[in-house]
Ligand binder design. Sequence first.
Ligand code: TYM
Length: 355
Amino acid sequence: MSAFKELVFSGVQPTGNLHLGNYLGAIKRFVEMQARDAQCLYCVVDMHAITLWQDPAALKGQIREVTAAFLAAGIDPKRSIVFNQSQVPQHAELAWIFNCVARLGWLNRMTQFKDKAGKDRENASVGLYAYPVLMAADILAYRATHVPVGEDQKQHLELTRDIAQKFNNDFSDSIAAHGHDAGDGFFPVTEPLIGGPAARVMSLRDGTKKMSKSDASDNSRINLTDDADAIAAKVRKAKTDPDALPSEVAGLSGRPEADNLVGIFAALKDVSREDVLRDYGGAQFSAFKGALVELAVETLAPLGAEMKRLVADPAEIDAVLADGAERAEAIAAPTLDAVKDIVGFVRRTRLHAVR
Ligand code: TYM
């Protein structure tokens, strides 16, 4: 298989309003992973997006916009594999098999389903309920070992580990009979990579709420397509408390807005909260926000401009996605063949070599 030591997989939903949390918690870290001895796959998860209603007239544009964000942030589509989920049918196929491995009780515990379904749970789509199972399929179709995500995905990654372990366990005899290592199991137990100062970026209007695409207030988030003026205005309006910044990280506890702005600053600058407070401990928010505006604009304005340039050429983006889908399928297809053998399906022998 691949000559790389690690296989990294992660995904972003094309549901519009990509924001600073998506960038600092995920996309920026995807770029950093390219420096490791790893094959990286970065997926625009359009099948996840439709678990909530998406306007068909807008969805293609949203898919291309996330792809543009990947590229503008520095993901190299030659080194990494960039594609959209629906172009690689193995995701849906494996998700079905995993639907028969995962237990209802496991899914009933998923907090994100409860949040997204809201009060009217009876009216939520079955897809929204099964969302984390498709996520496990995304990861395990490539037998990925490392998954960089924001903190809000922790529970979903634990479920992925549970599904991998139950599959390895339920089918251990068959796995061995088909010549796979029964000791290690067929699927790896994936390592979630959650961390850094921006694993959970909070709303600029309320430091106790996650920065989110679906917040009604546009001032709660910095969108990746915001221009310099919008970024500056949102940072200046961000909620703070009346005290100066503390000189130690411990002094941020109980001050969610201060903690959030310091975390954002640290992540943008690639330093720790400690480093930021060494420089700004004792400073008033007015001064700190000035420095944050400068840093945020310096990083994000060129990113937004590059995204706009890239989406203006959809054919170029579609070519990246098509090339990525072919390379992704070349990894996922043999996994699915093996899974079908392990489960006991009669599989169509290939009359023609896989393209
Ligand atoms: P999505 O599109 O909701 O989020 C994409 C990534 O952004 C991170 N994120 C944040 N990080 C820090 N602070 C925030 N406020 C914030 N908001 C979002 C998310 O944690 C995520 O890493 N279910 C996934 C998509 C997915 C996936 C996968 C991820 C589908 N299949 C397989 C990894 C592996 C999601 O929520 O995307």
